[in-house]
Design a protein around this ligand. Sequence first.
Ligand SMILES: C[S@@+](CC[C@H](N)C(=O)[O-])C[C@H]1O[C@@H](n2cnc3c(N)ncnc32)[C@H](O)[C@@H]1O
Length: 244
Amino acid sequence: MRFRKKHYAVPEMQKSHYVLLNMDDFTGDWSSYFASASLPYAVELGAGKGKFLAHKAKDDPSHNYIGVDIETNAMVFAKRNLEETGVDNALLLCHDISNIEGVFPKDFADTLYIFFPNPWPKKRHNKRRLTHPRQLIQYHSFLKDGANIYFKTDDTELYEDSLSYLPAMGFNLLKSSSNLKVEEDPTGIVTEYEQRWRDQGIAIKAIWAQKEKVAPEALRGRLEQFHLDEKAKREAYRQAHQNT
Ligand SMILES: C[S@@+](CC[C@H](N)C(=O)[O-])C[C@H]1O[C@@H](n2cnc3c(N)ncnc32)[C@H](O)[C@@H]1O
């Protein structure tokens, strides 16, 4: 997503209690950003302009919602969406998700949403995907055992690869669909990007998964194995093409 620089975005967000622009300013207590300190947490990665976050926080007062994104030009609209709803159970965090380990404490959230992230189709860029094993291992650091992940994409290759990334990294597949109907969607909200793809007749792919209990050292072993398997696949491909 490319935006022309909006010079008002950062100053506007600096004044809002809905936005934490920099982890250097973190109070040290996530509950201090919410009206109710006792609610469980749900995290949305790549919240964009915040349509999902604002609707969900309003519809579901049983959770405190945190939307993470790095693009301040989009987040300023998310901030306005939250202001419009007036919810007291949502926060926006400006942060690079590729470096999210340590941002939230262990056993922090019971729900994770990832909707329409960049598919990074080139092989050498796959590791930047938000569902790549290098990312999934970081999500283990703050998700409770049994936490649910809801993932939607328009991209077939990202969907198919995610169907192997998730179980490889300790997330049991509960359900998947290569053509999700709106009425079958347990998240209940059509996101901004989803609407664009649906309007163009593009099938929406979705995966629901649940975090298993896996020891950190076993997870590191799984990530290493994943990298070895990828290397072996590349080598087999290289050899096959060398001999033809
Ligand atoms: C295509 S938009 C989707 C927005 C929204 N989820 C939706 O469905 O409408 C992807 C969002 O992910 C954010 N994003 C991508 N990579 C990120 C990263 N490494 N850290 C933080 N945000 C990221 C982008 O800034 C963008 O707002």
